[in-house]
Design a protein around this ligand. Sequence first.
Ligand SMILES: *Cc1c(COP(=O)(O)O)cnc(C)c1O
Length: 337
Amino acid sequence: MIDFRSDTVTKPSPGMLEAMMNAPVGDDVFGEDPSINRLESMAANLFGMEEALYCPSGTMSNQVAIRCHTQPGDEVVCASNAHVYIYEGGGIAANSGSQVRPIEGDFGRIRAEQVEAAVNPDDVHKARSSLVCLENTSNRGGGSCYDFSEILRIREVCNKNKLQLHLDGARLFNALVARKEQAAEHGKVFDSISICLNKGLGCPIGSVLLGRKEFIRKARRIRKVFGGGMRQAGFMAAAGIYALEHNIERLSIDHGHAEALASVLGETGFVNRLFPVETNILIAQTRPDMPAASVAGLLLKKDIQVIAISSDQIRFVTHLGITESMMDKTLDSIRGL
Ligand SMILES: *Cc1c(COP(=O)(O)O)cnc(C)c1O
């Protein structure tokens, strides 16, 4: 099987496993796990942010951040297809008692003018606008990346309206590699950033939440409330350290693979339209007479696994488990369909 369903299917490499086996560990709820402490300071340094908090999942990092930034009854501004809104089990309502102001984005990217128009006036009828969440790259937008200049414009709107700005950076490293941007530039702009280690970076588990000292102090308390205070999780954090040291630059290989897939898929009869490919995600719109589930079924017969993410869209995600020979086989199979 050649698995393009998600970059979460990656398994630890021998080098990563060795780093995990040799990790020094302690009780992290006591603040005594040297591997977690090292991962948190590495990540904070990389982004030029004050502190960091290791969390079991990206969902928890996002939800902890949203809880920190909001009060019950507040409104969170984000794209209508944002992960925090559509893929976190209603967590904004359940965990923070806040509601969402969804904005129709351009492949998941929202613009400063849209944010400005969505901010509620100070009026007792209205929810208090307190937080803007951006997603870079955008998962449902097909791995699209923000222009950094637009992020800066959104920051200005946030400053003017006293809004916090959170980045769901589950795949931020894909954006940084694709756009040749620096992590520290992003660290300067956002009040908080969550990054995933369990996606393209190839770790079995883990996410890191970044922010100012006071914010992380509050986040550490909320992580405990959510049940995310872990003990000797340094075995997992060691995988994260290994990933930050070895698996970032290689993301460009995954991006090349997604482009190669796009070039052959565009020539097949069952695809109507391809989303623009910027990183490691490729979303293909299938023809009206070819439901996405049937196309996924055809591919599965050739040992290629993809996800039908809607009735007329299939998604390929490339990752470090996809080798050159798997790519050759996949491209041949698609040409032969
Ligand atoms: C995967 C993902 C997350 C978090 O996922 P977990 O599986 O909880 O780690 C958050 N945001 C986006 C955009 C994602 O793709």
